[in-house]
Design a protein around this ligand. Structure first.
Ligand code: CA
Length: 688
């Protein structure tokens, strides 16, 4: 109705000025999305265009003028958690998400909030969300804003008012599914995947009618219980690549990011995550591929039927999800015009596939020090695993780590330079120690790691510097880096934006937003945002001025486990333009060191040690490794009152509504006591 009224108003006031503004306010339909490339002032889709280039034709900010870029405005989003969203911009309005799947409509010129929508995701679900309460953004289509929520709902809102239009439950609320990805639009359908392979769910992708919210199709990524029959031939074929009773743990293979659509081929592409458990030997699958986990999958948009698949990591043993962003480009390779789809995979290899057929075209490592595979088969792309990559149920030391050589942080492609700009993670290692007696337990994570493992492999990496980030300009035809910039030990990259101004923008975990010359990687500009950046910058125009905007907010698994290091504490959207002179005043954050705790427990050294192991296994994912926390409460500072209520909080769930779930099904009172003794011990050690 609103759109009909708007069209009517335009028809009445038919003068040239108004006509042009009416055209700019045109409804976002399939035609407008297909021609998003020409809509230079807007950013209508996750990757800006269907091919996910994240390349803007705007060039007011360019390699000559970028030095004059300054802050125009910033807006606090009232969160200390990670921010990962790509803001979408339609005609002067920013639509984005923050923590807990909350949606914001913000004036793109002033930063004033027009409306917010809080889906009120139950905070106690935080236990079953592996990697922070993040969300990567919304989709826009025909006057609606679509968001997937942490508790598995797909919601349509009115774009003008933020009022609820429809809700679809896309997952079983009794299972540990979650959604962190942005929905994608494909021919009148809203496509959404889910997450949860670290806990044990069966992955799938669903498509809903954008108008009504009625489900059009659902395609599973792994087979279910064979005794209940198979949904398709493709799933029946996949079942032959599994052993044991995999369906008890769900199987995994969740499509939690990396979704794309080619409207010409009418194919939807998505990547899938790890199998459950992470470890091949625990799945009883020492020689099996476990289709379609750790794969890039193409399905027909009209019905969700499998078109092709390419498995990047057969029989994955290292959490090498293939869920990184998928980027399409038509390239001339070996004298042939190829319709390609590309991915810089967690496993450290950059893949170029034929997106019509799934044929492997080429692949090469885009980070140094990949230890799990020596290379890819030139014809099939199948990896050649090294001797040290897998040793049954014994621990192995592998690079890249489960965060990957590249994760969800979007890359960009510049048609002007021909390079793909990859925010890579380098210098990562991980000891994968399977727990030989692992059994599926629906009340906890089902990675299958041995929390008590304390073997010699850790000592091999004890003195290694922390991981860092590379911005890599990757030539996808030659499969080699054209240039590469390293951010220094401990500094990781956020997502990337490329522009026709011969610029590449990227944020870093130390809160610095940078612009590089796209052709050669020369650093041209930087600004401090006061908070670590994970999200990708975007660019748009309002009233003829070009703006660069990014969400700054550090978190995710590294942010929560890694402790306070000057990166975390706030969440905000910051926006820059030529001549901007606003100032950013980050509120003070951090502590000088905890005071001596006001109580103590009778605890033996053995109990404190056990408490430390339990803490790092069960608590550190949110409250920081060795009890040095980042965005969430640092328990070394816990008050006497908190310690007096400790068991009630941890087992009784008395703080569940603020995101501290009950661990009643996971820890015994004696174990909680040991954890408390460890926290008090750490507080005494750190007291100043
Ligand atoms: Ca995973």
């Amino acid at each position: 109705m609103l759109n009909q009224r708007r069209i009517a108003a335009c028809a009445i006031l038919l003068v040239p000025m108004v006509l042009s503004s009416c055209n700019r306010s045109a409804i976002i339909d399939d035609a407008r999305l297909r021609s998003a490339e020409q809509d230079s002032g807007n950013w209508l889709m996750y990757g800006r265009t269907y091919d996910d280039h994240r390349f803007s034709p705007l060039n007011q900010v360019n390699d000559q003028t970028v030095g004059k870029l300054g802050l125009m405005w910033s807006r606090e989003l009232n969160t200390t958690r990670g921010l990962e969203a790509t803001p979408l911009i339609e005609d002067g309005v920013i639509y984005t998400t923050g923590s807990w799947s909350i949606v914001y409509a913000i004036d793109a010129k002033t930063g004033d909030v027009r409306w917010t929508y809080d889906p009120k995701t139950p905070r106690e679900r935080a236990y079953f969300i592996c990697c922070d309460v993040v969300n990567r953004g919304v989709a826009l289509y025909r006057g609606k804003v679509y968001v997937g929520t942490l508790d598995g709902r797909l919601i349509a809102l009115d774009e003008h008012t933020g009022m609820l239009v429809w809700t679809a439950a896309t997952t079983d609320p009794d299972k540990p599914y979650s959604i962190t990805s942005a929905p994608r639009i494909a021919g009148g359908l809203v496509v959404i995947g889910n997450a949860g392979s670290e806990y044990g769910v069966r992955g799938y992708v669903s498509a809903y009618d954008a108008e009504t919210g009625k489900m059009a199709w659902r395609t599973y990524t792994v087979p279910g219980d064979p005794s209940k029959g198979f949904e398709s031939k493709a799933i029946e074929a996949a079942a032959k690549t599994w052993q044991g009773n995999w369906w008890n743990a769900g199987g995994g293979g969740t499509a939690w990011e990396g979704t794309a659509y080619d409207p010409a081929l009418d194919l939807v592409y998505f990547g899938t995550g790890n199998a459950t458990a992470w470890y091949r030997a625990l799945r009883g699958s020492s020689v099996s591929d476990n289709l379609y986990t750790a794969s890039i999958v193409a399905v027909h948009a009209k019905n969700g039927e499998l078109a092709w698949y390419f498995q990047t990591t057969p029989g994955d043993n290292w959490d090498f999800d293939a869920t990184q962003p998928l980027l399409q480009a038509d390239l001339t390779i070996g004298g042939r015009q190829r319709k390609t789809i590309m991915q810089a995979n967690k496993n450290g290899f950059f893949y170029v596939l034929d997106r019509e057929t799934g044929e492997f075209i080429s692949g090469a490592p885009f980070v140094n020090g990949v230890t799990w595979a020596s290379g890819l088969d030139g014809k099939t792309g199948r990896p050649a695993e090294t001797q040290t990559a897998y040793d049954g149920a014994k621990a192995v030391l592998v690079s890249p780590d489960p965060g990957g050589g590249h994760n969800w942080n979007p890359m960009a492609f510049s048609p002007a330079t021909g390079f793909v700009y990859v925010p890579a993670r380098v210098g990562t290692h991980f000891v994968h120690a399977p727990k030989p007696k692992w059994q599926y337990n629906p009340d906890r994570d089902n990675v299958g790691g041995d929390e008590a493992y304390d073997g010699p492999l850790y000592r091999q990496i004890a003195s290694a510097p922390p991981p860092s980030g590379d911005l890599v300009a990757w030539d996808p035809i030659a499969q080699r880096a054209a240039w590469r910039v390293n951010f220094g030990a401990g500094t990781e990259p956020g997502g990337v934006l490329a522009t026709a101004g011969n610029l590449v923008f990227v944020g870093r975990s130390d809160g610095v937003l940078l612009a590089y010359r796209a052709t050669d990687g020369k650093e041209l500009w930087q600004a401090k945002t006061g908070t670590g950046i994970m999200a990708p910058p975007v660019t748009y125009t309002v009233d003829g001025a070009q703006y660069i905007s990014v969400l700054a907010g550090w978190g995710g698994p590294d942010g929560l486990r890694g402790g306070y290091n000057g990166k975390s504490g706030f969440g905000r959207i910051v926006t820059f333009a030529i001549g901007g002179s606003a100032t950013l005043n980050p509120p003070a954050y951090g502590h000088n060191g905890p005071p001596m705790p006001a109580m103590s427990l009778n605890a033996s050294p053995a109990m404190v040690k056990e408490g430390g192991q339990l803490f790092n296994a069960q608590c550190a994912g949110c409250h920081g490794q060795n009890a040095v926390a980042g965005p969430l409460p640092d328990l070394r500072y816990a008050s006497r009152e908190t310690h007096q209520e400790f068991e009630d909080i941890v087992l009784g769930g008395s703080h569940a509504t603020v995101g501290m779930p009950s661990f009643q099904k996971i820890l015994t009172p004696a174990q909680v006591h040991a954890i408390q003794a460890y926290i008090l011990s750490r507080a005494r050690e750190s007291a100043k």
